[in-house]
Design a protein around this ligand. Structure first.
Ligand SMILES: *Cc1c(COP(=O)(O)O)cnc(C)c1O
Length: 359
């Protein structure tokens, strides 16, 4: 039976990538070593790292005046690293609050400075994102932080905020690489790898050169972007195997036509799923039309008493990890780049059939 894994993260990886990892597991390119066993300062791994960075730069169109950092500590560490590096003597920063991950970023930033919440969608249980005309930006803010895709709530922002000369910072953990973006509009972009990039353990940070080198006093060495930039992400031992696998994912994206092609497929996949949910009142999507995530699709059954039967039936068909986040309940289907459209079709078929049997 084919298994389709709808986990929000760690998540499905492209099968071709896993097969290549398997083929190269014991002996990478005649080196006699697994990538896991290589010195991060040896010529083999230095080559792997340089190629991964070059490929990511190509895929995302990252301008030369941005550094790409391969760090650890997850997106959660960035909740602290962002204020530590970007406050640069200013009193505080602007944050948009669209859900669980925004709230965590805000909570952490408050340890270092004042947080001005420019807008919040808490009034409607984080089911939409306030448009920019509703934001109250502070012209003196050190930066503006937002979460373009709230992984738990399934709320995505498809436009890029205009913040003038104030740097824009985005937690792109669950939307990076799903569609093209204009990197030059951002000061910092960060993402944990385990959603749409590769294995857990790697965190990618894309940071504009002029935003480094002015950390708040007491910032640990490991939390200083400039230290990592000056050392090509090798100040300490990086997550070598995750970097290697992420590099293979970047090549996979290139062979599939890059991010425009990804967006096309992702829109097709998400469209199929939302259309099916909308076609009946047996299921419902809690998210406002204009903010429905292409990557994470939460939905509920009209009768929550059927949840368990739904999950059991799904599991029996190889449709796994569909249980919603513990904080919201219901279901959630994460359909990242690596989820083939066949997986979404299988889910849609099951949705219709379950309704027929229980509706
Ligand atoms: C998963 C996730 C995080 C947390 O990532 P970790 O790598 O576990 O720290 C933060 N923000 C968003 C948007 C996420 O999806």
């Amino acid at each position: 039976m084919t298994i389709y894994n709808f986990s929000a993260g760690p998540a499905v990886l492209p099968r071709d990538v896993l097969l290549q990892v398997q083929a190269e597991m014991l002996d990478w390119h005649g080196s006699g070593m697994s990538v896991m066993e290589m010195s991060h300062r040896g010529k083999e791994f230095m080559g792997i790292a340089a190629e991964a960075e070059a490929d990511l730069r190509e895929v995302m169109g990252i301008p030369a005046h941005y550094k790409v950092l391969f760090l650890q500590g997850g997106a959660s560490s960035q909740f602290s690293m962002v204020p530590m590096n970007l406050l640069r003597g200013k009193a505080g920063a602007d944050y948009l609050n669209t859900g669980e991950w925004s709230k965590k970023a805000i909570k952490e930033a408050k340890r270092y400075g004042a947080v001005n919440v420019v807008a919040t969608s808490e009034d409607k249980n984080f089911s939409y994102a306030p448009t920019q005309d509703q934001w109250k930006l502070d012209p003196d803010a050190a930066y503006v932080h937002y979460t373009p895709n709230e992984t738990i709530g399934g709320v995505e922002i498809f436009w890029t905020p205009e913040t003038g000369s104030v740097p824009l910072v985005a937690d792109m953990s669950s939307t990076i690489l799903s569609r093209p973006i204009d990197v030059s509009k951002f000061g910092v972009i960060y993402a944990g790898a385990q959603k749409n990039i590769g294995p857990a353990g790697l965190t990618i940070v894309i940071v504009r050169d002029d935003l480094m080198g002015q950390t708040v006093p007491g910032t640990p060495t490991m939390f200083d972007y400039k230290i990592h930039a000056d050392n090509d992400s090798m100040y300490n031992t990086p997550a070598t195997f995750s970097m290697y696998t992420a590099g293979l994912v970047f090549k996979w994206l290139q062979t599939r036509g890059g991010l425009s092609a990804m967006e096309k497929t992702n829109r097709e996949k998400a469209g199929l799923l939302y259309d099916t949910l909308d076609a009946t009142d047996f299921y419902s999507s809690p998210v406002a039309q204009g903010n429905r995530s292409l990557m994470n699709v939460p939905f509920t059954l009209k009768d929550a008493a059927l949840d368990e039967a739904f999950l059991k039936g799904a599991q029996a068909r190889g449709l796994i990890q569909l249980k919603g986040h513990r904080s919201v309940g219901g279901m959630r289907a994460s359909i990242y780049n690596a989820m083939p459209i066949e997986g979404v079709r299988a889910l849609v078929d099951y949705l219709r059939e379950f309704e027929k049997d229980h509706g």
